[in-house]
Design a protein around this ligand. Structure first.
Ligand SMILES: [Fe+2]
Length: 271
């Protein structure tokens, strides 16, 4: 079984002078999430970061992110979100082979596939630089098709920043995939895909895409207000920050847990 932890929407932010303050909210929140991960009795095999890793896409933000993740002993797989800059992200994580090899041209999509303890993790780039919208153009869909066709026998998790299913928050749903049908078609053709996991929403949710259970992940920092009437502006709440842990079996079974950031030591034993 593969255990894949998912951290999302970390939003490390530089303040005045381009410096990331040590006591800033996102920094403290990521530190707590890393410490929560390390306190799990069954250590995840890998951690995937589903976008919005830096708030402003600045090199100083990625440098701090990289340093804050350094206590994690397992592989960490970063992906871009709409707040990120592909090239700055790639430069900061050049020590990650899959990331370094994911593109040589400026602003090439940051997409790659890796093997995690017998499960395949396919990281897509759904960003449109300079825009909050999500999309996979024909080139990226062709890459996904070829990548999935290359290994039809291994249980596979496909990761995106923008969720490809409706969340129910009107303004967010307007900003998800511009054309989700093409993405759903590709997923539908490849039976080994057992989960599609996303970020962007700053909330845990469960939906369906092409017959597969699909999820979004809480933010390690701030959660989005669940306002199903909201046609306009986003609001964040004081709900606990959190992350997700996906268990993927060799037989294709998949279970997702949502955890608030915190201390996981047992308080007492129960019968
Ligand atoms: Fe975000």
């Amino acid at each position: 079984m593969a255990i894949i932890a998912q951290l999302s929407d970390i939003h490390i932010a530089a303040g005045r002078g381009g410096v990331v303050a040590d006591d800033s909210g996102p920094v403290r929140a990521l530190r707590a999430a890393v410490s929560s991960l390390l306190s799990l009795p069954a250590r995840p095999d890998a951690v995937v970061l589903t976008g919005d890793l830096a708030d402003g896409g600045r090199p100083a933000e990625y440098a701090r992110l990289h340093a804050l993740l350094s206590p994690l002993p397992m592989a960490v797989y970063p992906m871009p979100g709409n707040h990120d800059d592909r090239d700055a992200l790639r430069a900061a994580f050049h020590d990650h082979p899959a990331v370094a090899e994911s593109g040589v041209l400026p602003q090439a999509p940051l997409q790659y596939a890796v093997n995690v303890a017998g499960t395949r993790l396919v990281c897509c780039d759904t960003t449109l630089p300079g825009s909050p919208y999500g999309n996979m153009d024909a080139e990226r869909l062709a890459w996904l098709e070829t990548t999935l066709a290359a290994d039809p026998g291994t249980p596979t998790v496909v990761a995106t920043h923008h969720p490809p299913y409706p969340i129910g928050i009107p303004f967010l749903d307007d900003l998800r995939f511009i054309e989700p049908a093409g993405f759903a078609d590709v997923i539908g053709r490849h039976r080994q895909v057992v989960r599609v996991i996303s970020g962007y929403v700053h909330r845990g949710s469960v939906g369906m895409l092409a017959g597969r259970v699909s999820t979004t992940c809480p933010s390690t920092y701030r959660q989005l207000f669940l306002d199903l009437t909201s046609a306009g502006r986003a609001a964040v709440t004081g709900e606990p920050a959190g992350f997700a842990v996906h268990l993927i079996g060799a037989d294709g079974g998949a279970t997702t847990h949502f955890l608030p950031t915190g201390n996981f030591r047992p308080l007492m034993e129960v019968e």
